[in-house]
Ligand binder design. Structure first.
Ligand SMILES: *[C@@H]1O[C@H](CO)[C@@H](O)[C@H](O)[C@H]1NC(C)=O
Ligand SMILES: *[C@@H]1O[C@H](CO)[C@@H](O)[C@H](O)[C@H]1NC(C)=O
Ligand SMILES: *[C@@H]1O[C@H](CO)[C@@H](O)[C@H](O)[C@H]1NC(C)=O
Length: 432
């Protein structure tokens, strides 16, 4: 499961950038002045690329274009110029991630004449992106693909129809997200990897504008809709078969306890007791062992009808996106994962209007105590430990993320459940 490791290494890398970003106050700190040369909007030149963002490049042809999928190239049509303009772009918003970007198909935009005639004429513009992320990782599917897709569509197309052209998509990815893809576009998807027909579009955008996961406060793009609009889109996609909101029919608040028995590390060792305590505190508890293969409709039905979700930091907590705004999301944070917890979920959860709670475990609640003793630096001062080890590496990932389990202090955790109960009750009352 190497991809988990890469994600966390990369997240650490993001974190470093972010910390600089907070200190830097202005967004333009990250704009590379040299790359600005490409971001011109000369009307004689139909191809425009903006390569100034740290995470993504985005290119477009603002006029008729023909796609030849065999050579992954979009040609601008009807453009007469003595020089041929050619741009190349990898449409995945992780520019700083060299390993991942090496797996992404490069797409060419050329002002030169197409080599093949147009076979299929479309009247809607095209948007091309790659689904070649950390395939099989629920968190990056959303953080690097669907949330950026949502932002891009809302920033560029507003209410227009568009046709999705997707590269590097596995069949199982396309099947898993078929409903969601249909919410984005009513047209059949064009698969860049195996399509052999040329397609014409009135215009095309290649690449996705990514979410600045780490940026607290106002987002740099005035048109971008917030994460709660994204939640509304998920609701539209996955909840349209529910006649009435089932949350309102329950007498006790429902708590989803997300387990990690299908994952590596960060298991709640006394989960059965945690469940019992939550029941004593007045919750109906449902244990949820998410697998990547769990159909989204099923996960959505469960999570969106719950009032509280509790789980240890990990990709499966991405399900928080399915909670109804106003409900409670409690992230259990193992030793050493405070920053990851905030960057991956804390920020977004607050943006989405959830009652976000963090249960940071104490040293005695970590299984690392058994191995290192309660006074070891690895437990007492993870920040210093990470610094000493040069940050996140396979070794520190192993220690904190793969080898660490948690044994919750039931006395202390009960106090958090009591608070969650009050919030959940308030949410239920408000819902009527
Ligand atoms: C390019 O993108 C940046 C954001 O990364 C934005 O601030 C800038 O306005 C864009 N430039 C053009 C010419 O669109
Ligand atoms: C391309 O692959 C997808 C997914 O495997 C399939 O559904 C589609 O029919 C294929 N298209 C062509 C033109 O072969
Ligand atoms: C559990 O938490 C309670 C309340 O915070 C504390 O008094 C107690 O010492 C903790 N128990 C252990 C074993 O650490």
């Amino acid at each position: 499961m190497n991809f988990i490791l890469f994600i966390y290494i990369n997240l650490d890398y993001i974190l470093l950038i972010i910390i600089t970003s907070v200190a830097g106050t202005t967004f333009s700190v990250f704009l590379d002045p040299q790359s600005q040369e490409h971001a011109h909007s000369d009307s004689a030149c139909p191809i425009i690329c903006n390569r100034s963002h740290r995470s993504y490049d985005i290119c477009s042809i603002n006029g008729p274009t023909i796609l030849d999928p065999k050579v992954s190239t979009f040609y601008a049509i009807g453009h007469t110029s003595s020089t041929t303009q050619v741009e190349k772009v990898k449409p995945y918003p992780r520019k700083w991630d060299i390993f991942r970007m090496s797996q992404i198909t490069e797409v060419t935009l050329a002002s030169g004449p197409p080599r093949a005639p147009c076979m299929v004429q479309h009247n809607a513009p095209a948007l091309l992106f790659s689904a070649g992320g950390y395939s099989g990782d629920f968190f990056t599917d959303f953080s690097d693909e669907f949330i950026p897709l949502f932002i891009t569509i809302n920033s560029i197309y507003s209410s227009e129809d568009l046709i999705l052209v997707i590269s590097n998509a596995h069949d199982w990815w396309t099947r898993r997200y078929a409903d969601l893809l249909q919410t984005f576009s009513k047209y059949p998807i064009i698969n860049l990897d195996n399509d052999t027909t040329t397609h014409c579009f009135p215009s095309v955008t290649i690449g996705l504008i990514s979410l600045d996961l780490m940026s607290a406060g106002p987002k740099p793009r005035p048109n971008s809709k917030t994460i709660s609009h994204f939640h509304a889109l998920l609701d539209k996609t996955y909840a349209h078969n529910h006649p009435s909101n089932p949350t309102s029919l329950k007498s006790r608040p429902q708590l989803v306890l997300a387990g990690r028995n299908n994952a590596i590390g960060r298991v709640i060792m006394n989960q059965a007791k945690v469940k019992k305590v939550a029941e004593e505190e007045g919750f109906d508890v449902i244990e949820f062992e998410p697998k990547y293969a769990t159909p989204l409709r099923e996960a959505y039905a469960l999570v969106s009808s719950s009032h509280v979700m509790v789980g240890v930091h990990g990709a499966a907590l991405t399900h928080f996106l399915f909670l109804q705004p106003g409900s409670v999301f409690m992230q259990v944070v193992p030793i050493g994962t405070e920053q990851l917890a905030e960057v991956c979920f804390g920020n977004l959860a607050r943006d989405m209007g959830l009652e976000y709670m963090e249960y940071k475990i104490g040293v005695e609640e970590s299984s690392l105590v058994d191995k290192y003793g309660k006074d070891a630096m690895v437990l007492r001062d993870p920040e210093a430990f990470l610094k000493k080890k040069g940050g996140w590496s396979s070794g520190t990932v192993e220690t904190y993320l793969k080898k660490q389990n948690v044994r919750l202090n039931l006395t202390r955790f009960r106090g958090y459940l009591k608070k969650a109960f009050v919030k959940a009750k308030a949410f239920m009352d408000e819902e009527g």
